[in-house]
Design a protein around this ligand. Structure first.
Ligand SMILES: Cc1cc2nc3c(=O)[nH]c(=O)nc-3n(C[C@H](O)[C@H](O)[C@H](O)COP(=O)(O)OP(=O)(O)OC[C@H]3O[C@@H](n4cnc5c(N)ncnc54)[C@H](O)[C@@H]3O)c2cc1C
Length: 495
C-alpha cells in the first residue's frame, strides 16, 4: 500500500504553518515536537505508521473553522481524527498533512428525553452516551466493540456498527443531525431533532464519508428506551454450516434478535481462554443470540429460538438465567479481538459483508486460503447481518508474513464481492481496502463518487490517499466531451 508522495514545499514550510496555526489555537494545542507526535503515528491498522506534519487540538468550532480555512487557503492537507481506533487506516496521518484531533470536544451538550435525542460533541466516546442516560432508562443503540474508546465523530465518519445493529440499525439509522465544518471553513448544520429533512439526504451522504467531505463538530443521536428485559442464548454446533442454517432459519421465522453473533472454533477457544465465559470448547461454531423486549415476549422467543436451534442440529444450548450471566456470555465475544491478540504476535482484522446464505461456502474457501498462505485465521461475525471479521494471525517480525497476511485478506474481500457481498460492513475503506475498490466499482462509479468529493472539497485536501485508488483532479472529472466542435446543450448557461 502506497500513500501519495509528500509535498516538498509543505514539508519545508512546517514551522511557518505551525506558527500560523498557533495564532488560531494558542497554548499547547499545536504539536510539532517529534516525541509528542509519536502517539499519533498510527491508528487501529497498526501495520502502517507515519508521523504527521503537525497535530492540532482545537477546543472550539470557530478554531476548527479557522484551521480548515487556513489549510484550504494554503493548500495544506488535513486528516480529521477521533480516538484513532479505525481498523482500515482511516485516521492514518500524512507526512505533509495536519492531523486535526477532535478529542477535546468531549461535552454532552443536551439530553432531550422529550424528543428522545442527545446533542453531543464529536469527541464523546460511544459508551459515554449510553452511560450518561442509563440511569434515566435510555441508551444509544449502535455498540461497536471499541465503544469504550471510539468517538461518536469517528462512528459517524465510519458509519460504525455493532452487536445491536441487526435490530436497531447502524450509526446512519440512529443519527438525527450534524454540525459540520467544510474545508473552506464554513459551519453548516444538517438535520436536527426532527425525523426527516427536506431536500437531498445530506445526512446519509455524510455518514460513512471517512473524513473526506467535512469535519463533524456536533452530533445529534437518537436515544432509545432500554428494553424491559434481555436474555441471551449460547448455542453450539458441530459445523459452521449448521450454525449458518440456524441463523437463516431464525430470520426466516420472522424473529429479529437484539444481537446474533457467531464465532468459529479458533475464536471460541481464544475467547474462552481469555474470559472463561463457559463457551463449549468442542463446538465448531457458536451462536450468541440475544432477545430483548417485554418479559413475556422474550420468554416466548427464547422457546422459539431454542426450538429452531434444536431443529438445526444444535449440540448444546445454554440460556442466561441472570443479567450477570447474560453479560458473561457477551464478554467473550466483546473481547474476541484482544483474545486473538494473546495467541498471535499480530493479527489483521478484516471486514467484509456477504449474503448470509453464502456463509458456509465462504468459510470453507477461507480454510483453503489459510492452508495456501500458511496463516491461521479465527472468525467472528455479526451473523445476522452477514458481516464477517476474519482475524488473520501473523508475526510482523517474520519477513514476508505481513505481505502474506495482506494478500490473504485481499483474497477474502474479493471473495466477499464475488459471492454478492461488499468490501466493508462497518470498518470503512480507508487505506486498507482502497486498492480493492476496483473489485466492486467500475471507473464510472468511482468517478461519480469523486464528483461528490469535488463538490465538498475541490482541492482534495481532506484525508487524501484514503478510499479512492486514484483521486482525480476535479477539473478532469468535470471535463466536457466536445463533439464536432460543439459543446453539449449550448443553450445552458455555463459558470
Ligand atoms: C478492538 C476494536 C474493535 C472494534 N470493533 C468495531 C465494531 O464492533 N464495529 C465497528 O463499526 N467498528 C469497530 N472498530 C473500528 C473503530 O472503532 C470504528 O471505526 C470507530 O468508528 C472509529 O472511531 P474513532 O473515534 O476511533 O475514529 P478514528 O479512528 O480517529 O477515525 C476514523 C475515521 O473517521 C474520521 N473522523 C474521525 N473523527 C471525525 C470527525 N469529527 N469528523 C470527520 N471525520 C472524522 C477519520 O478521518 C477517519 O477517516 C473496532 C476497533 C477496534 C480497535
Amino acid at each position: 500500500m502506497r500513500m501519495p508522495e509528500p509535498d516538498r514545499e509543505t514539508l519545508a514550510n512546517r514551522q511557518t504553518i505551525a506558527a500560523e496555526l498557533r495564532r488560531i489555537v494558542p497554548g499547547d494545542g499545536v504539536i510539532v515536537d517529534e516525541d509528542a507526535l509519536r502517539p499519533f503515528e498510527t491508528d487501529g491498522l497498526t501495520a502502517y505508521r507515519t508521523l504527521p506534519l503537525i497535530v492540532v487540538l482545537p477546543e472550539t468550532v470557530e478554531q476548527v473553522a479557522a484551521v480548515l480555512k487556513y489549510c484550504h487557503q494554503n493548500s495544506v492537507k488535513v486528516v480529521p481524527r477521533g480516538a484513532g481506533t479505525s481498523l482500515s487506516g482511516g485516521a492514518l496521518p500524512l507526512a505533509d498533512g495536519v492531523l486535526l484531533s477532535l478529542t477535546k470536544f468531549k461535552q454532552i451538550l443536551e439530553l432531550d428525553y422529550e424528543n428522545r435525542c442527545a446533542r453531543v460533541q464529536p469527541g464523546v466516546t460511544n459508551l459515554a452516551i449510553s452511560q450518561a442516560v442509563d440511569a434515566d432508562g435510555y441508551y444509544y443503540a449502535p455498540d461497536p466493540s471499541s465503544q469504550i474508546a471510539c468517538t461518536i465523530g469517528g462512528n459517524v465518519a465510519e458509519n460504525a456498527g455493532g452487536v445491536h445493529c441487526l435490530k436497531y440499525g447502524l450509526t446512519t439509522n440512529n443519527l438525527l443531525g450534524l454540525e459540520l465544518v467544510t474545508i473552506e471553513g464554513e459551519i453548516i448544520r444538517i438535520g436536527g431533532k426532527h425525523l426527516d429533512s427536506g431536500g437531498y439526504d445530506l445526512l446519509g451522504l455524510l455518514t460513512g464519508s471517512e473524513g473526506m467531505l467535512g469535519v463533524v463538530t456536533e452530533v445529534t443521536v437518537r436515544l432509545l428506551p432500554k428494553p424491559e428485559c434481555a436474555r441471551a442464548l449460547l448455542v453450539g454446533f458441530n459445523s459452521s454450516e449448521a450454525g449458518g442454517d440456524c441463523v437463516a432459519a431464525i430470520i426466516a421465522a420472522g424473529i429479529i434478535p437484539g444481537g446474533m453473533e457467531m464465532m468459529d472454533h479458533p475464536a471460541i477457544n481464544a475467547a474462552e481462554d481469555f474470559v472463561n465465559a463457559g463457551y463449549p470448547r468442542d463446538a465448531q461454531a457458536l451462536l450468541i443470540i440475544e432477545l430483548d423486549g417485554p418479559e413475556a415476549e422474550v420468554d416466548y422467543l427464547i422457546e422459539e429460538v431454542s426450538r429452531i436451534a434444536r431443529e438445526n442440529g444444535a449440540s448444546s444450548i445454554r440460556i442466561s438465567e441472570s443479567e450477570q450471566e447474560r453479560l458473561t456470555f457477551w464478554a467473550g465475544r466483546k473481547a474476541a479481538f484482544p483474545a486473538v491478540g494473546r495467541i498471535s504476535p499480530d493479527y489483521y482484522c478484516m471486514d467484509g459483508t456477504i449474503p448470509r446464505a453464502k456463509l458456509p461456502l465462504v468459510l470453507s474457501r477461507m480454510r483453503e486460503m489459510s492452508d495456501k498462505y500458511g496463516l491461521r485465521v479465527a472468525n467472528v461475525f455479526h451473523a445476522g447481518d452477514g458481516n464477517l471479521h476474519p482475524l488473520i494471525m501473523y508475526d510482523a517480525n517474520v519477513p514476508g508474513e505481513l505481505d502474506r497476511a495482506e494478500d490473504f485478506g485481499n483474497d477474502i474481500l474479493k471473495l466477499c464481492v464475488e459471492v454478492g457481498g461488499v468490501l466493508t460492513g462497518e470498518h470503512g475503506v480507508g487505506v486498507e481496502k482502497r486498492d480493492l475498490m476496483g473489485e466492486m466499482f467500475t471507473d464510472e462509479d468511482m468517478a461519480q463518487q469523486q464528483r461528490v468529493k469535488c463538490a465538498f472539497d475541490p482541492k482534495a485536501l481532506l484525508n487524501p490517499g484514503k478510499v479512492f485508488p486514484t483521486l482525480h483532479r476535479c477539473a478532469e472529472l468535470g471535463r466536457m466531451h466536445i463533439r464536432q466542435g460543439q459543446i453539449p446543450f449550448p443553450d445552458i448557461p455555463r459558470f
